[in-house]
Design a protein around this ligand. Structure first.
Ligand SMILES: C[S@@+](CC[C@H](N)C(=O)[O-])C[C@H]1O[C@@H](n2cnc3c(N)ncnc32)[C@H](O)[C@@H]1O
Length: 231
């Protein structure tokens, strides 16, 4: 029976990504190099600073590993990761209050997680400055921004990429758009990191509603793993 207010994402009819790019964006390398050599000075938004200060005191008092679930949407992956990693503190971050407060269907037993409303363009910089001991940094199905002119809205084209790429001993990025991961992989290599792209294995519990939607539409989901061992 359908649960009232349960997370609803139409499954089975997800459109494939349509882009006007025929390969890696021709300005990507220049954009990444510019961001790596210029400090991102935009002032923090107050709501993100406040949200960070609250969760930062919990993180600083926690003596264990931290898992960051960036762009967590409704927080399904945050809850799954919390159950799978009972020893860890799992922090899901999304800018959308609407998504974060939606009910998620599931039988969740763990309470070792927090869902935080914040803008990651600011939150990432605060996390980096506070040097959180993040074991794994997940970015699952970020908005693809497939139009060429929107390259700087993709995480690897954003001004916060230099901080983002240094967060976590490893970064796990998933998308149904292989080119997104190939671009991120190239950007990571410019920042001195290596990453490996593999197919997301089907038949396991999808980590997120978007993963479930793409898989039930017959779309291949991809994963990029970036190791950041010197962090
Ligand atoms: C395509 S959804 C994927 C959500 C979830 N990971 C999933 O797979 O179901 C992308 C999410 O990224 C969030 N997002 C985009 N830009 C963000 C930002 N600057 N800060 C925080 N969240 C952001 C959106 O609000 C949205 O929930």
């Amino acid at each position: 029976m359908e649960q009232p207010n349960a997370t609803k994402l139409k499954v089975g009819d997800s459109k494939r990504i349509i882009t006007n790019q025929d390969g890696i964006h021709d300005k990507l390398e220049a954009i990444v190099r510019k961001h790596l050599s210029h400090e991102f000075k935009k002032p923090y938004q107050q709501h993100t600073e406040k949200a960070f200060a609250e969760i930062n005191s919990i993180v600083q008092a926690f003596d264990g590993e931290i898992i960051l679930d960036a762009c967590c949407g409704v927080g399904q992956s945050t809850r799954i990761l919390a159950e799978q990693n009972p020893q860890a503190l799992v922090i899901g971050v999304d800018k959308s209050a609407n998504r974060l407060t939606r009910n998620v269907a599931g039988d969740w037993q763990s309470d070792n997680y927090y869902l935080i409303r914040a803008d990651l363009n600011d939150f990432y910089r605060l996390v980096k400055a506070a040097n959180w001991p993040i074991k794994t940094h997940y970015v699952l199905y970020p908005n693809p921004w497939p139009k060429s002119k929107h390259i700087q809205r993709r995480w690897h084209g954003s001004a916060v990429f230099p901080q983002m790429i240094q967060i976590g001993e490893q970064i796990i990025l998933r998308s149904n758009w292989l080119l997104y991961l190939q671009e991120f992989q190239l950007a990571a290599s410019i920042a001195g990191k290596t990453g490996e792209i593999t197919k997301v294995v089907e038949g396991q519990q999808p980590l997120t509603p978007f993963e479930a939607k793409y898989q039930s539409s017959g779309q291949q989901c991809w994963q990029l793993l970036v190791k950041n061992t010197k962090n």
